[in-house]
Design a protein. Sequence first.
Length: 105
Amino acid sequence: MNEPWVKVYNAANNLEAHSLKGMLENENIAVQLSGESLGSAAGELPADVVQVGIWVCENQVTAARVLIERYENADYPDWRCPNCGEQNEGQFEICWQCGHDKHTF
Ligand SMILES: [Zn+2]
C-alpha cells in the first residue's frame, strides 16, 4: 500500500537533514530526503546553499511535526561519551564514534 509522501520540513543543509532523519527513524517514522543529489552535483558550492526537504508518509506527518518542533526548540548541550571520551553534539542520541547510547552510563 502506497501512502502519499508529504514534505514536513526544509533542512538548511545535509547535516541537519541527516540529524533529523536519524531522529525521526529512531521514532519509527520512515523518512525520505529530497535535494541531496543537487548538493553533491553542485560540488563547488558550500553545502549549506542547498536546502534538503524532509518527507514522511502522510499518516506520520503529525508525529513528525511534533518531533521536529521539539528538535528545533530544544537546546541540547554537547555531551562527552562515557565509553570512549568522544565529544558529541547534543542532538545526537548515540556517540558517532563508538555507538554508545547517551542515556546509558
Ligand atoms: Zn563513544
